[in-house]
Design a protein. Structure first.
Length: 270
């Protein structure tokens, strides 16, 4: 049987507690003991076999590349999104919640903060399930445990993650073909937004060229922890912002975008 491995950058840093400010970037990658325990459990249970390195370090989550080597199937790549626990992720936000008794009751740094993170992870997992089951391209949600979400990896066979729409270049194409390409992708994205609205009853809520990957000529929806249902009081407001972001991006690539009003009608209309 293969040996389970973790080769995470900063994985052991938590044990040597570095406190100087200059080391902040490293410290933010530190995994707390509970998160490390969950990763070890995933390794032991062959949900993943190796964690290789970080794909993305964000304010609220890190995404790691992992590999699973099943006994009875081909090896496969995985993406593991680790939501940062409250103490680290909400450090900069503490001033927003410190005056709020709901967050301070029982200690903001202890129980409550952590459960907020777990709720987010769970929301992302459930939203992904809904989006995936309807057939909109998105990572396949595979496993959730507290603040750790294991999903299908979007990228090539060598383990290179797919680029974000923001970072795609069609350098091999001539200018006209490139323009056509963006037109096609624009239509593709609007169609996904419409299906997501009607069939999943969800509004993405943080949609932009940063939260869409491009892989094998398709757009892949990611980062849906904040996606909301229709009955959320602000869902249509969020949808308008999503529409604006999408319009701005494609306009900047010379696509003649529809009016935001008409896109809104297209997405929400019967
Ligand atoms: P954040 O909350 O940090 O923005 P995201 O869900 O947007 O988290 O993921 C951050 C980045 O990680 C993405 O921009 C993408 O590059 C990469 N990523 C996320 N999920 C996957 C995946 N399933 N496969 C490959 N790369 C991914
Ligand atoms: Mn994101």
């Amino acid at each position: 049987k293969h040996a389970s491995k973790i080769k995470l950058e900063g994985f052991n840093v938590g044990e040597s507690r570095k406190r100087d400010k200059s080391d902040r970037a490293t410290r933010e990658q530190v995994l707390d003991p509970r998160t490390r325990m969950i990763l070890y459990q995933l390794l032991n249970r062959d949900i993943i076999s190796e964690i290789n390195g970080v794909i993305s370090t964000g304010k609220e989550a890190n995404v790691y590349h992992a590999v699973v080597l099943p006994d009875d199937a081909l090896p496969a790549h995985r993406a593991v999104k680790v939501y940062k626990t409250a103490i680290l992720a909400f450090k900069d936000r503490s001033r927003y919640v410190n005056g709020d008794y709901r967050f301070n009751k029982g200690g903001y740094n202890k129980g409550n903060g952590r459960s907020i993170v777990q709720v987010w992870a769970e929301k992302e997992f459930r939203n992904l399930k809904r989006i995936h089951s309807i057939g909109i391209p998105c990572p396949e949600p595979l496993y959730l445990r507290q603040n750790v979400l294991v999903m299908g990896f979007v990228g090539d066979k060598k383990g290179h993650a797919a680029p974000r729409l923001r970072d795609v270049t069609f350098s091999a194409l001539g200018p006209e073909e490139e323009e056509q390409k963006y037109k096609d992708l624009y239509v593709q994205l609007l169609t996904y937004m419409r299906i997501m609205y009607h069939s999943c009853r969800l509004v993405h809520g943080d949609l932009s060229e940063y939260n869409v990957l491009y892989h094998e000529d398709k757009l892949i929806m990611i980062d849906v922890s904040q996606s909301v249902e229709h009955d959320h009081p602000r869902s249509l407001e969020f949808l308008r912002v999503d529409i604006k972001n999408v319009s701005d991006f494609f306009r900047s690539h010379n696509v003649e975008v529809l009016s935001e009003r008409n896109i809104f009608k297209f997405i929400t209309g019967e």
